[in-house]
Design a binder for this molecule. Structure first.
Ligand SMILES: *[C@@H]1O[C@H](CO)[C@@H](O)[C@H](O)[C@H]1NC(C)=O
Ligand SMILES: *[C@@H]1O[C@H](CO)[C@@H](O)[C@H](O)[C@H]1NC(C)=O
Ligand SMILES: *[C@@H]1O[C@H](CO)[C@@H](O)[C@H](O)[C@H]1NC(C)=O
Length: 438
């Protein structure tokens, strides 16, 4: 091995380039950006990593996303959090073999790799979900009620950020049932915001960890919540503008994610546009409202069509991947901005969101100045040009590219603790390769 002036010079240049590229000024918040940018947010459920689906975070279309919501984290009665540890850090995905101890494999291993590939991609664990927060007396409602519970929740949330290399916290409480719980929610957000800021002050100077929630489109729930008080702690409201009607709980058949209301309330018991206006009128800036949309449909059996009695009450969710069912024609209602199929032979109605509907909703997001698009959930999507996430991305064009964090010096996992160092080394190597080609 020998050194000469050329190679030393090249190395110095490569390091300088890598450093400069990394140190280039990045907007630290949205308002400082000159161009309007949008969020493209997708949930990915950890249980989809298992045999039945084998969908891993590495399969996400990361170039079309600004945020990934890794779901769901569950809550103990005392406010501490728990999750599927095996899926998160131990499971060997897609033919991976066991690595050295102390390295996070599983979904978390994938997510940190994605963050290095796309520095504009933020990953956030989602805490709660319908299962576990919808029953009376659920753990979240109990934990949020006491100061100790809220503190445990916030500390546990920061532990997730610190160990697994996340960029914020998302909470899905579906839903606070009364005024006491609505008030608890405000206090819980306050506690989590403070804990994230405290951690950032110590270990991630200048980084803003995001705090977001999934929120209801139902006027009743919206008006129950203390919107203005919550809003001061939140970076985004992910509006769950889906599940407006479903065979399992609706007396009439109806659309699940229509943008506008129909004249007859059975066909559209709720509307997205109404919810957006409700939040705005209660003081939420449109830019902070992220429009949630379904990548699945819901079927109704034995029905004469839309807005008709729903005799079956059997709920079936169908992945967008397998819609429309073979041989059926997709109907897009331009007035309501809603999609469905109806099979007169089997009397089955399926409501869902198609590509055309997605294009119109992206126009709506831009016209209304909303924050972007959110999807439940990535594994149910079609591929290539048929993908709803891609259709959405193309409708929004410029994604929020605020930089993610890679500096997690306190993580217990070496691949997360050293993520920034690995990223910088990768960049030096890439620049060196470029020099060798010159
Ligand atoms: C965002 O940037 C603008 C302009 O640089 C600044 O005035 C504002 O205080 C910033 N907001 C936050 C929350 O940092
Ligand atoms: C509620 O908390 C208890 C522990 O306090 C836990 O065993 C249980 O699994 C939790 N329930 C849910 C639905 O997360
Ligand atoms: C990473 O974070 C540590 C604090 O935990 C800080 O001392 C260090 O300067 C940070 N590194 C970079 C490159 O920002």
């Amino acid at each position: 091995m020998f050194f000469n002036f050329r190679t030393v010079g090249k190395l110095a240049l490569a390091i300088a380039f890598a450093y400069l590229a990394n140190a280039a000024p990045v907007p630290t918040n949205e308002t400082s950006e000159l161009v309007q940018t949008y969020k493209s947010v997708a949930y990915v459920p950890d249980w989809y990593q298992y045999e039945a689906h084998k969908f891993y975070p590495r399969m996400l279309p990361v170039d079309q996303l600004s945020h990934v919501l890794y779901s769901f984290v569950k809550i103990n009665r005392d406010g501490t959090l728990f999750y599927d540890k095996y899926a998160w850090t131990e499971q060997m995905l897609g033919g991976d073999s066991w690595g050295p101890a102390g390295v996070a494999a599983g979904g978390i291993g994938d997510l940190i790799k994605l963050k290095k590939q796309n520095r504009g991609l933020k990953t956030i664990p989602s805490i709660g979900g319908w299962v576990g927060t919808n029953e009376p007396g659920n753990n979240l409602s109990i934990a949020a009620r006491s100061e100790a519970g809220r503190r445990n929740f916030a500390n546990s949330a920061v532990d997730l950020v610190k160990n697994y290399g996340f960029d914020g916290i998302d909470i899905d409480w579906e839903y606070p049932r009364n005024q006491e719980q609505a008030h608890s929610y405000v206090l819980l957000l306050k506690e989590v915001r403070a804990a994230l800021d405290q951690y950032a002050g110590k270990y991630a100077k200048g980084y803003h960890f995001q705090l977001t929630i999934a929120c209801s489109a139902s006027p009743e729930v919206i008006h129950r919540m203390h919107i203005k008080e919550m809003d001061q702690y939140l970076d985004a409201w992910h509006l769950m503008a889906y599940d407006f009607a479903a065979s399992g709980w609706s007396d009439f058949t109806g659309h699940g994610s229509n943008l506008y209301p129909a004249k007859d309330e059975h066909t559209t018991p709720f509307s997205t546009d109404k919810a957006v206006h409700d939040y705005s009128e209660l003081g939420v800036a449109p830019k902070k409202i992220v429009l949630g949309m379904p990548i699945y449909g819901r079927s109704f059996e034995n029905t004469e069509g839309l807005g008709r009695p729903n005799p079956a009450h059997v709920s079936e969710e169908i992945e967008y991947k397998s819609l429309p069912k073979p041989g059926l024609e997709e109907h897009f209602d331009r007035e309501l901005v809603a999609t469905y199929t109806y099979d007169p032979a089997t009397k089955q109605l399926v409501t869902y969101q198609g590509k055309e509907e997605t294009r119109v909703k992206m126009q709506y997001i831009r016209d209304m100045g909303l924050g972007g698009a959110m999807w439940w959930q990535a594994a149910q999507d079609k591929e290539g040009d048929e993908s709803l996430i891609k259709t959405g991305y193309e409708g929004l064009k410029k994604l929020d590219h605020t930089k993610n964090l890679l500096n997690y010096t306190e993580s217990q996992f070496s691949n997360i603790k050293n993520a920034l160092q690995d990223f910088d080394q990768g960049r030096v190597a890439a620049v060196m390769r470029l020099f060798r080609l010159m």
